[in-house]
Design a protein around this ligand. Structure first.
Ligand SMILES: Cc1cc2nc3c(=O)[nH]c(=O)nc-3n(C[C@H](O)[C@H](O)[C@H](O)COP(=O)(O)O)c2cc1C
Length: 185
C-alpha cells in the first residue's frame, strides 16, 4: 500500500493547518492509501547555525525525522503562510533535513503542497516559496496543490472540508499524489 506522511508547519494547539492535515489524511485513506499525520513538536530543532553544526553535528531530532520520512513514498507539506512565505518552523525543518541526516529525504519520494489560512487566498503565496525550495533540493513535487481560505468555516465537525471547490482541489491533489507515489512502491 502507498504510504503518505503529512507534515504541518505549525505546532500551534488549535492550528488550522494541522486540521487541514487531518482532512488530507481522511481523503488519502478514502482513496486507498496509508496516511499518517505527524507533529513537528515531536522533532524539536534549534534554529540552524552552521557553526553549531560543525561543532556538534546534525541534530538527533533531524536524523529521527529523516529516518521516519524514508518509510513513506509520499510527503504532504502544509505551510501556514507567514508574511507571504513559510513559517520559520517549516523552513528550519527543511534546512536541517537538507544536511547530512543519514537519509536522502528529498529523493525517491513524491511531494505535495498544501496551506490553510483565515484569509481569502488560503496561503497560496507561501506555497510558491515552498515550491521554489523543493526545486532547490531537487524534490519531485506534483503540480496540483491545495490552498484553503476562510479557515474559520472551512472544516465540518467530522474534520472534512465544507467548501465544494476546496473538496475538489483536495481530491485532485490526493489522487495525483497517490498515483505518482504508487509508482515508487
Ligand atoms: C507572523 C504572521 C504572519 C502572517 N502572515 C500571513 C499571510 O501572509 N497570509 C495569511 O493568509 N495569513 C497570515 N497570517 C495568519 C495565519 O495564516 C494564521 O495565524 C494561521 O492560523 C496560522 O496557521 P496555524 O493556525 O496552522 O498556526 C500570519 C500570521 C502570523 C503569526
Amino acid at each position: 500500500m502507498t504510504k503518505i506522511i503529512i507534515i504541518p508547519g505549525s505546532t500551534r494547539e488549535d492550528s488550522v493547518n494541522a486540521k487541514l492535515g487531518e482532512a488530507i489524511r481522511l481523503k488519502l485513506i478514502e482513496l486507498g492509501a496509508e496516511a499518517d499525520l505527524i507533529s513537528l513538536a515531536n522533532y524539536p530543532m534549534s534554529i540552524f547555525n552552521q557553526d553549531d553544526e560543525a561543532e556538534n553535528g546534525v541534530l538527533e531530532s533531524a536524523k529521527e525525522l529523516a529516518s521516519h520520512i524514508t518509510d513513506y513514498q509520499g510527503v504532504v507539506l502544509i505551510n501556514p503562510e507567514y508574511n507571504g512565505s513559510l513559517t520559520p518552523l517549516l523552513k528550519n525543518t527543511l534546512d536541517w533535513l537538507s544536511r547530512d541526516v543519514g537519509e536522502k529525504v528529498y529523493q525517491n519520494r513524491i511531494f505535495a503542497l498544501a496551506a490553510c489560512s483565515p484569509g481569502a487566498l488560503g496561503g497560496i503565496r507561501g506555497l510558491s516559496h515552498l515550491r521554489d525550495i523543493l526545486v532547490s533540493v531537487v524534490a519531485d513535487t506534483i503540480t496540483p496543490q491545495l490552498a484553503v481560505g476562510g479557515a474559520g468555516d472551512a472544516f465540518a465537525d467530522d474534520g472534512t472540508l465544507t467548501n465544494e471547490r476546496a473538496q475538489g482541489m483536495l481530491k485532485t491533489m490526493c489522487e495525483t499524489l497517490i498515483k505518482r507515489a504508487s509508482l515508487l512502491t
